[in-house]
Design a protein around this ligand. Sequence first.
Ligand code: NAD
Length: 260
Amino acid sequence: KLQGKTALVTGSTSGIGLAVARAFAFEGASLMINGFGDAAEIEAIRQELETSSGSQVLYDNADLGDAGAIEAMVKRCAHELRSPDILVNNAGIQFVSPVESFPVDKWEAILRINLSGVFHTTRLCIPAMRERGWGRIINTASAHSLIASPNKSAYVAAKHGVAGFTKTVALEAARDGVTVNCISPGYVWTPLVENQIPDTMRARNLTREQVMNDVLLAAQPTKRFVSVDEVASLALYLTSDGAASITGANLSMDGGWTAA
Ligand code: NAD
């Protein structure tokens, strides 16, 4: 269904972004993937996606905290593939600390990558989408774009910013066939989350079950992690013609977290 379309997915070398890239490739999209990691592993991912898509897949290592690198990546995508029809702003980082001791450089990095990066890719990709009269911008926000948790000031501020930015651009592009939405997952089962479990078990003297249910899933009423494939299936749906009237929305996928 995405044959002939090109998608740029930031932060797609692991976790949610990789699942989104896989879902798009399965539908025949040509892709530019991005993110950090082991060069050989990334090349294996690139080849896997190219095989499953049957279209060209390129990798760009742009740091989403660097406006110049983002500009070069978007230009490269336009020249070597096609200006993106679909943009998924997914790259993101986290740091946890009380506000009074929050390291200033961490605050700035989180705002740069999680918020300003979304601004830069969007401003660079949207002209071609509006010109064609078709485009999809999907931002991975978070339940933390709607509610807060202590010690996550930079992340919560950036994700609330993403939600507001999404609404603004949705209004600007509303008559041009371009939809702009965010997906707001609760706790998603990624290696990042899985790797925290043994440390928390040791630190708090808890069983694996207790860490999962009483610590990680304490706020998630389903008591089940969201899977990366669930997020990817919502992203894929947002690219469909059936989703043409969904714009400016912040779609929660959080097992009821923000309903409580
Ligand atoms: P992840 O760490 O598995 O993936 C993050 C991706 O972003 C990786 O590909 C990484 O290389 C890339 N990345 C990090 N910094 C980058 C930079 N400066 N420039 C370019 N790429 C960079 O994490 P994930 O859980 O898949 O997170 C993806 C998005 O989902 C993030 O925006 C995150 O805030 C959001 N999210 C995650 C959860 C969760 O529970 N995992 C919940 C809600 C929202």
